[in-house]
Design a protein around this ligand. Structure first.
Ligand SMILES: NC(=O)c1ccc[n+]([C@@H]2O[C@H](COP(=O)([O-])OP(=O)(O)OC[C@H]3O[C@@H](n4cnc5c(N)ncnc54)[C@H](O)[C@@H]3O)[C@@H](O)[C@H]2O)c1
Length: 474
């Protein structure tokens, strides 16, 4: 992962400053500065960002299609979403709710007020729903085990909901969410943001479906490798009292901050990270999986505080219209080498794509594929970067033979350097305005949850588990 990815990757719940883009752009022009100078410079970048974006806040006169929005859960990901939303015109933030009232809630409230939004803050979502009138939508980024209760209550209160992935840590709750959306007649978008990413849409719609650039698809691969890292800590003076933690389902501050690793609260890295990419397998292959087998364990971290597996390898089988596709997914949290990406291999080419803006190429399989010059001329692909590496093959008495061992690489010409979550949020708000259809409605989020949550079950079962097609239906 490059520096931008580290900042943008919402899965690293550490960076909480406002306009990262301004910050990084500015940083590129800053020579080596002392710590104090950097702090002063950051402060100035922060002020500049606020000044330049304040106009989008509630100080501006209200327009007819402005939407009134509440935030529920403003931790690491809530912060990332908030920063993306501050770049979207026409949103009026009205309320924020978070149980960490003297820390995350306070920070988000203060930030929004600086942008000109007069927000009310709440510790308990029920008080927010009782008191706030005129809300159009809520954006939920609480831990997975809270998604169902929060989403269902908000839908029943008449709000459209953007809820982060994983839809829930249990399928029963995910199903209840989808049913509640149907009954309420309100929209429920699940936060698999790659579904709205222009490069993913282009790769799916144009390269795979229209041009059939890869030929007959045979295998897929995905990985999210992350370096070993200490558990998340917290500022001691902002500790939440134990009684409050327990009221909301946490046994300690450690558990509250590291909920992902605990059974009953999250799903571990395979759900946290893998869900994004396993979702892409189904989308790009056009079918849900037929079976999954998996191996995993807590091999590195302390098992008492990392109940879910730090290392998981899964193999899915998909029955597509063209035949079987086998997909291998791997997540490892002890070595970040090569980061995260997905790969699809057909008999005419290979696609490698990632949310990381620097990764996106197709490789032409020379033995079979027609030339791709016309797609280069049309501007879909870059000129090929010749990757012809040759090696001498020992043929005994015969002459040395040179063989080609790598196909040519064409970079995707479509670039996307905006905040990763912004298009998905825009899609949601435009759907609320009736101008677009959701890219990841509840039923799709549910299908994805069915495929992903079964991996942990397959690890436990130590055998291949099969999916009944009915399982994917709400
Ligand atoms: N789409 C993505 O790329 C992406 C990336 C990271 C996280 N996520 C998802 O976002 C969600 C939040 O993850 P995170 O990393 O921000 O976690 P986090 O622990 O950093 O933040 C969770 C926030 O919710 C608050 N909270 C906890 N219980 C609450 C309750 N009952 N009511 C109100 N507030 C409550 C916490 O105080 C905290 O501020 C998860 O579902 C996670 O899977 C999605």
């Amino acid at each position: 992962m490059d520096e931008k990815d580290k900042k943008e990757s919402s899965e690293s719940p550490s960076n909480k400053k406002i306009d990262r883009r301004d910050f990084l752009q500015g940083l590129a022009g800053v020579p080596v500065l002392g710590a104090l100078a950097v702090a002063a410079w950051k402060q100035e970048a922060y002020r500049r960002a606020i000044r330049s974006q304040r106009a989008a806040g509630s100080a501006a006169p209200e327009k007819e299609d402005d939407l009134h929005v509440a935030l529920l859960g403003v931790g690491a990901q809530g912060d990332v979403l908030l920063n993306s939303m501050l770049k979207i015109p026409g949103l009026r933030f009205q309320a924020v709710c978070d149980i960490w009232s003297n820390y995350n809630l306070k920070r988000a409230g203060n930030l929004l007020r600086k942008y000109g939004h007069e927000v009310n803050t709440y510790e308990d979502y029920r008080a927010m729903l009782d008191r706030e009138k005129g809300l159009d939508a809520v954006v939920i980024a609480t831990p997975d085990f809270w998604h169902a209760e929060h989403t269902i209550a908000c839908l029943q209160a008449g709000l459209n909901v953007y809820c982060e992935k994983e839809m829930s840590n249990t399928l029963e709750d995910a199903r209840r969410m989808a049913l509640a959306a149907g009954e309420s007649g309100k929209l429920l978008q699940i936060g698999h943001q790659r579904r709205s990413n222009p490069r993913y849409i282009f790769s799916h719609d144009v390269l795979l479906k229209e041009l059939k650039l890869l030929g007959r698809m045979v295998t897929a691969y995905g990985q999210w490798n992350r370096s070993a890292a200490p558990d998340l800590g917290w500022p001691k003076r902002y500790e939440i009292p134990l009684a409050t933690l327990r009221k909301y389902g946490y046994e300690s501050m450690h558990q509250f901050c590291n909920w992902r690793w605990y059974k009953n609260l999250g799903g571990g890295p395979i759900v946290d990270l893998g869900s994004h990419q396993i979702d892409i397998f189904s989308w790009f292959l056009g079918v849900n999986p037929k079976s999954v087998m998996a191996s995993g364990g807590t091999d590195y971290y302390d098992k008492s505080t990392h109940e879910w597996y730090d290392t998981v390898m899964a193999i899915y089988e998909y029955e597509t219209a063209e035949g079987t596709v086998r997909a291998h997914y791997k997540t490892q949290t002890t070595n970040g080498s090569l980061g995260y990406f997905e790969q699809f291999m057909g008999d005419e080419g290979t696609l490698v794509i990632s949310e990381s803006a620097n990764v996106g190429s197709v490789y032409r399989e020379k033995t079979k594929a027609p030339m791709w010059d016309r797609w280069v001329r049309k501007g879909y692909l870059s000129e090929p970067k010749l990757m012809e590496m040759t090696s001498e093959v020992d043929m005994g008495d015969a002459l040395d033979v040179r063989e080609t061992i790598s196909p040519d690489e064409h970079k995707l010409t479509l670039q996307f350097y905006d905040a990763y979550h912004k298009p998905h949020l825009e899609n949601f708000f435009n759907a609320v305005r009736g101008r677009e259809k959701l890219n990841c409605p509840a039923e799709l989020g549910y299908e994805s949850a069915v495929a992903v949550l079964k991996v942990n079950k397959a690890v436990e079962a130590k055998r291949t588990l099969f999916f009944d097609p009915q399982e994917f239906l709400v």
